[in-house]
Write a protein that binds this ligand. Sequence first.
Ligand code: P6P
Length: 336
Amino acid sequence: MNASTNSNIQFKHYLETSKVKGLAIPAGLQQLLLAVADTCTTLSHEVAQGALIGLLGSAGTGNVQGEVQQKLDIIANDLLIEGVQACKSLAGLASEEMELPVAVQGTGDYLLLFDPLDGSSNIDVNVSIGTIFSILKKQDPTAPLQTADFLLSGRHQVAAGYVVYGPQTTMALTLGDGVVMFTLNKDTGQFVLIKHAVQISPATKEFAINMSNMRHWAEPVRRYVEECLAGVSGERDKDFNMRWIASMVADVHRVLSRGGIFMYPWDQREPHKPGKLRLMYEANPMSFLVEQAGGASTNGEQLIMDLQPSDLHERVSVMLGSKDEIERLQRYHAKV
Ligand code: P6P
């Protein structure tokens, strides 16, 4: 399926009639977003079929990250590449699953980056997973594509979002003027607008982190989490709840939906790596959504979207969500 056979008429209408900071959405960006929405509609169906069509389990191959690829990782990657081929303004794309970028038109206004199926280790146990995407404006649309074109900070994103494949298939999207959410009506195959002006409460009682890594964290993170665990018996004026789905899209969807913070910080298991999550196609798109919803996103020292990338697949320490809690974490990092 590609953009010329898009079936998301309602999403298409939304893009055609919406304004971003008073301006219409450029036609090339509309076409690209439609192609992503259509591909994710197809992917939602594939994910839901799982074992019924032999799509669970490992593909027996590894990706550039050195991770074992699941069959659905490869299918998702191939579907997204195929789905955007007809997009006339798309110069090229980059994926977590591929070492090098792929030219589409070669020249053009936009660059698409994606994690085609984040959280894929959860596929075989029927836990929510998702597609994360980021769209950058190419600095020189007329020049032939090169890898360096992608190495822009998150501030250069013109759009970002995810599609979470859970009990509902829901898309969160920002174009730089707030956050909207759509849920896929599986009877009609249409993404239907369910929320506009999504806002993250600045205060929260819920944090998300993989607690099994506690002994490996840096002091500021350990102090912050210990205080959350101590609640009113310690430094905090409230008790906290903890969640960890181990699927970034699902954890961030919860944060966007009811507040909270999500952390995957640097730890000393691999001290030479700044973190586990990738900057360009995980942290930056999620940070764009979170900031547009009134939250904040930091690596402890800097706002994530201010970071200047030097490698397409570089990793980053991530703490994002309710602003009051992120500001507390920033203060603790500043004291080190
Ligand atoms: P851990 C999924 O593999 C992922 O990249 C993110 O979606 C998720 O937040 C994280 O890794 C989970 O990592 O170490 O808890 O399994």
